[in-house]
Design a protein around this ligand. Structure first.
Ligand code: ACO
Length: 437
């Protein structure tokens, strides 16, 4: 296949299959690689495009997030992630992702009010929790309760009504922290703590998780700011596995609550959002700096089945820009909490140093990803490991919702229906049970 890109408006790529050559349009975005539009490939050649894991496949056009994996760059609506993490706040980033522009003062006020006014859950939903075992993983609870939202908020499930789409988006962003905090409270056997609308997004989440009715609870502003930054870092990440799941589920016309529940299920996997839990477990297992070489050796041995969790990324072939901010946030949180010489931080920093100098990791361009330092930070704040992916889900909800809305509003949108390379038995006749060999 060759790509011929003259300076005309519509460059073409041509492909020869079985003696027939077809032209396919090459489309350019604002930045990033061009795409070859293979939409007519099957019709004109009878062949499908085969790309397991979608390593070379663009599934949609999007204006929300851009990643340059080689440069280690992440932009939301054009703004670099480090600038947003340092100078913005989570709700402002939510507005940006949903609407395309940063809000002015009145827009921000209105959005903030809309989110804080929707933090409470329908009271009947609290009974859902008691149906789960106390030892259920909170992500299992999240899948169930978020899916159940569509049974409670019927007035925002019509995907063809733009106003209902906006209400559903805001409800999801506003209620997700409440659902997550209740999942946590249920797992530790404490009473649910209702949201407080006078607190900002992250402070409110901390108080719903850590306050108890019998004692006053004051949110530490340094921790609230750190958590807010962690939420910003996780807010969206282009067409990752869970976002693609949300888009695919939504492409059939499913309601937004059901689609986000599907995204949560996908996020749970250890190769995706579950990696922060796996990374902390791995650091605990290593335990001390002297055991690092043993684990590096294991990670390089293909037969061991072991990987350095929190290392490597499908898109980043450079330092994950979120990991840099996360590492700084980790130090800030430990300092604020007066935690000196945290052994896991020492293991993490030494592991990172050794891996970044090791030929195996250098050649394969394996760098720490966002999950490498997030576990240590979240544990220091007081969250148990089972809650790590839940916090990721709280933050990523806005990304899922923004991408879902963009898909519904895209005139090119069709039901997502991949094809396959069939390698099973060809047609054969049914043999009655008694006559089988
Ligand atoms: N440790 C050791 N080797 C690794 C690691 C790792 N963490 N990650 C990749 N490799 C090796 C692979 O064995 C493979 O080697 P090979 O080419 O000799 O066969 C090569 O690097 C490429 O790896 P792939 O699995 O093909 O890369 P892919 O893009 O499919 O996977 C992934 C990316 C899933 C993130 C992978 O790096 C991984 O499993 N990392 C650990 C889990 C993790 O931290 N996930 C979080 C991702 S970030 C997020 O979801 C928020």
């Amino acid at each position: 296949m060759s790509s011929d890109k003259p300076s005309t408006a519509s460059p073409m790529a041509n492909l020869s299959v079985g003696g027939k050559t077809i032209d396919m349009p090459v489309r350019s975005g604002t930045v990033g690689p061009d795409v070859i539009d293979v939409g007519r490939l099957y019709k004109e050649t009878g062949c499908f495009n085969y790309d397991p894991g979608f390593t070379s496949t663009a599934n949609c056009s999007s204006k929300i997030t851009y990643i340059d994996g080689d440069a280690g760059m992440l932009l939301h609506r054009g703004y670099p992630i480090d600038q947003l993490a340092e100078q913005s706040n989570f709700l402002e980033v939510c507005f940006l992702l949903l609407n395309g522009e940063l809000p002015n003062e009145p827009e921000y006020e209105e959005f903030q009010l809309a989110i804080t006014r929707h933090t409470m859950l329908h009271e009947q939903m609290t009974r859902f929790y008691t149906g789960f075992r106390r030892d259920a993983h909170p992500m299992a609870v999240m899948c169930g309760v978020v899916g159940a939202l569509s049974a409670f908020y019927h007035d925002s499930t019509d995907i063809n009504d733009p106003e209902q789409r906006t209400i559903a988006a805001r409800r999801l962003i506003a209620k997700m922290p409440t659902i997550a905090a209740m999942a946590y409270k249920y797992s530790v056997g404490q009473p649910f703590i209702y949201p407080r609308n006078d607190l900002d997004f992250s402070a409110n989440f901390l108080q719903m998780c850590f306050a108890v009715p019998c004692a006053p609870y004051t949110v530490d502003p340094v921790i609230a700011r750190a958590l807010d930054r962690i939420f910003i870092l996780h807010a969206d990440h282009e067409q990752n596995a869970s976002t693609s799941t949300v888009r695919l589920a939504g492409s059939s016309g499913a309601n937004p609550f059901a689609c986000i529940a599907a995204g949560i299920a996908c996020l749970w996997g250890p190769a995706h959002g579950g990696a922060n839990e796996a990374a902390l477990n791995m650091l605990s297992e290593i335990g001390t700096v002297d055991r690092i070489p043993e684990y590096i050796k294991k990670a390089k041995d293909k037969t061991s089945g072991f990987r350095l969790m929190g290392f490597g990324h499908r898109v980043y072939k450079n330092y994950d820009p979120r990991a840099k901010v996360m590492q700084k946030t980790c130090h800030e949180v430990l300092d604020a909490l007066g935690i000196r010489n945290e052994p896991l931080l020492q293991v993490a920093m030494e592991l990172e140093r050794i891996a970044l100098e090791d030929d195996y990791f250098v050649e394969k361009k394996l760098y720490p990803n966002i999950d490498f330092y997030s576990g240590i930070t979240l544990r220091a704040i007081g969250f148990p490991v089972e809650m790590f992916t839940v916090l990721f889900a709280v933050a990523r909800t806005v990304g899922w919702v923004a991408q879902w809305k963009e898909m519904i509003e895209d005139p090119e949108q069709r039901i997502g229906r991949p094809r396959q390379l069939y390698i099973g038995a060809p047609v054969r006749d049914y043999v009655p049970r008694g006559q089988r060999g």
